[in-house]
Design a protein around this ligand. Sequence first.
Ligand code: FAD
Length: 417
Amino acid sequence: MNAAYDIVIAGGGMVGISLALQLDSLLPAETSILLVEGHALPGGEQASADGYHPSFDARSTALSYSSRAAYEGMSLWDELQQWACPIDTIHVSSKGHFGSTVLAGHDYGWPALGYVVENAWLGRCLASALGRRARLNVVSPARVERALQCTAGVELAIAGADGQQQVRAGLLLIADGAQSTLCSQLGMTTHNKPYGQHAIVANVAVSQAHRGCAFERFTDEGPLAMLPLVGTVEAQHRCALVWTLPPSRAAAMMSCSAAAFTHALQARFGYRLGRLRKVSERASYPLSLTRSTEQVRQGVVVMGNAAHALHPVAGQGFNLALRDVVQLGKTLQEGLQQGLHPGDLSLLQRYQQRQDKDQDRTIDFSDQVPGLFMRKDPLLQVGRDIALLGLDILPPLKAAFVRQAAGVAAMESSSHG
Ligand SMILES: Cc1cc2nc3c(=O)[nH]c(=O)nc-3n(C[C@H](O)[C@H](O)[C@H](O)COP(=O)(O)OP(=O)(O)OC[C@H]3O[C@@H](n4cnc5c(N)ncnc54)[C@H](O)[C@@H]3O)c2cc1C
């Protein structure tokens, strides 16, 4: 590790590594970049000893077109798509109602409505790409223990295998996740709004092929999504489950036996994918919206979950974070070409202005989703359809999508009436 870098990224989760790759693709070779990650990165020797990485756990992520485009820009999509399952159709149904809606990508002229990728695979691809980018300096496992703003940037104390070292960053990019300790050290506060719901995630082996269909089932307790996954030798037909429940029910579903869980899930989801054969280890996440009150300062930008952590059922969090990553990379590239320093406040404010609308729109939208679940109006399925599957389609396409979907929902509404 050197004593100073132009840019230091604190946190190498899904967002931090994507950020490093994006900056490597766009910034001149003389801009020095250091990534510091608290856990061993996926794929390395220490990773198997450590066994757990918070960003690359048992979850799956629904990637939107904007995310596909971002990874294409980083020359990573070809590798990533080997285990990314395209969502061809979305089947929306409501427990206790007869009607259902099918949305198909080809109706909108798209090859797919989105892509579902397991976080473990995403982590592997990201970490191996990181290893191939020679100019990126990576220390892992190591932690940024302290950050202090100074006139020339930010003074950092980094603790790793070789003890603690002082490093100066011209620009510190904070990507250390929700409840960011680095943000609190710098006196940046967050708004937190708990939703009073938990999401249980697991992988489920089923007896019938999903044929690229994502299922959304609305229940009186909350939504249940089964997202299509690429099959494996052990389980040819697989889906990623996201099941939203009130906390007490979620606790019961987490502590019950695998057989009792499978039985309860089958009763809730029905038999559209045949019998549920096997459920992997379950993980539960309390749902809340957190948003940092500040995202940029002289020499500092807050990114990813540290900037905004959204209701995961909306499936928008990472897709939004990746759009921030792309925009920050472009803005820094532009600023460096104009002779500005990467930590220049006016440059960082330019980034924030460019992302403000997208962030507000996406955060408002995902915040409304939990409320939609409690409503009975079938027209509201439009919002639910998009929200649950993380299809943050580009605004013009999204508007067209919503118009189309509203027509379908309205027809369903009249057939119910
Ligand atoms: C159940 C669930 C389902 C989801 N599904 C979707 C979806 O379908 N689509 C979607 O777009 N989004 C989804 N999301 C959101 C998505 O998971 C988050 O947007 C994403 O994990 C944010 O990543 P991050 O890198 O910002 O934070 P994290 O994943 O929390 O990573 C932070 C990293 O920082 C490291 N770190 C922390 N402190 C330090 C330090 N001091 N020094 C060095 N390193 C440090 C940690 O080790 C960690 O690796 C889902 C979320 C949940 C909970």
